[in-house]
Design a protein around this ligand. Structure first.
Ligand code: PEP
Ligand code: MN
Length: 336
């Protein structure tokens, strides 16, 4: 059960509602986000909404049968949109294209990528400064100095930043410089990290775990929301299957399924999803057709020289074609 509280409810009223819900053998979690206040009630018994009567302070009550509650579409019919400011939005009808390198490597690379983005009308740049690498000997990113440099150049150009946070201790030093925190596939169930991201007022995009189910991803999003941050985006980035011909298996099924189950925007990451440069474009277009609210694609001036994930990274020419086709595909989808 989700109880939406009235705006600026006083503490006394809130306590009375909590006590009433507890008396009905429901445990309660109080949630205060950027947009509202909620009480999540969990109990085994059938619940008769009339038992709460017309208690003062309650704006709305919803019975949500899913295990996850706040991210469920069962109580919030309209899709949530994430507003990054300056007219940049993800979801709720706004389609987002995000491009950029796997890793931020230096000023020249950032400047050239931004130039490429501006030429193609793309407003959100991806890039990692803290890189989760399978081998400890691989490049692990430029760290906070890289992010600060990137931020300076991106802000001058009116470009938004999405970048991965790997651990709790990085949140504070990063928060000023990011527009969207990315939670990587290796951290989808790092519940401490999710809890802490619930306390910041910056959007969070959570990637599906490498062996994670859709349900687990939705529960991870529930962690962040219930900790106080409802600016959330889900990302399908491919899962590990028995198939060896591709790096991962981009689960296109997950796109419509998650959009039905949740009110959160759903983004596809075909770069990691398939892991093969020449196949990134068709899978990106397929993601658009499957109903994604955005795509995130790895792009580098010289993929062959990229510090990481070059094998799945598009060059600027390929990226330009992809961006044009993605825009056309999305328009076509809207016109059906
Ligand atoms: C990335 O975005 O470069 C990345 C490491 O992604 P993932 O967590 O999906 O592997
Ligand atoms: Mn990568």
């Amino acid at each position: 059960m989700i109880i939406q509280l009235q705006k600026n409810i006083d503490d006394n009223l809130r306590r009375q509602i909590v006590e009433k819900v507890n008396s009905l053998k429901y445990s309660t979690t109080e949630v205060k986000t950027q947009k509202g206040e909620y009480i999540v009630g969990i109990g085994k018994k059938e619940f008769d909404i009339r038992q709460l009567g017309n208690m003062k302070g309650i704006a709305d009550i919803h019975i949500v049968s899913d295990d996850y509650k706040l991210v469920s579409a069962k109580w919030k019919v309209e899709q949530s949109a994430i507003d990054l400011g300056d007219g940049v939005k993800i979801g709720g009808g706004d389609f987002a294209i995000m491009v950029g390198p796997c890793s931020i490597e230096g000023e020249d690379q950032i400047v050239k990528t931004i130039e490429h983005m501006k030429e193609n009308g793309v407003k959100i740049m991806r890039g990692g400064v803290f890189k989760p690498r399978s081998s400890p000997y691989s490049f692990r990113g430029m760290g906070i100095e890289g992010l600060q440099l990137w931020y300076k150049l991106a802000r001058e150009a009116g470009i938004k930043i999405i970048t991965e946070v790997m651990q709790v201790s990085q949140i504070e030093e990063m928060v000023e410089y990011v527009d969207v925190f990315q939670v990587g596939a290796r951290n989808t169930q790092n519940f401490n990290l999710l809890d802490e991201l619930g306390k910041v007022d910056k959007p969070v995009m959570i990637k599906r775990g490498i062996s994670g189910t859709i349900d687990e991803l939705l529960h991870s999003a529930e962690y962040v929301f219930s900790a106080g941050n409802e600016k959330l985006i889900l990302c399908e980035r491919g899962i590990r299957t028995y198939e060896k011909a591709t790096r991962n298996t981009l689960d296109l099924n997950a796109i419509p399924v998650m959009k039905e189950k949740s009110h959160l925007p759903v983004v596809a990451d075909p770069s990691h999803g398939i892991g093969i440069r020449r196949h990134v474009e068709p899978m990106t277009l397929a993601s658009v057709m499957a109903g994604a609210d955005g795509v995130i694609v790895e792009v580098h001036e010289k993929p062959e020289e990229a510090a990481s994930d070059g094998q799945q990274t598009l060059n600027f020419r390929e990226s330009e074609t992809l961006i044009r086709r993605v825009k056309a595909a999305h328009e076509m989808l809207l016109s059906f």
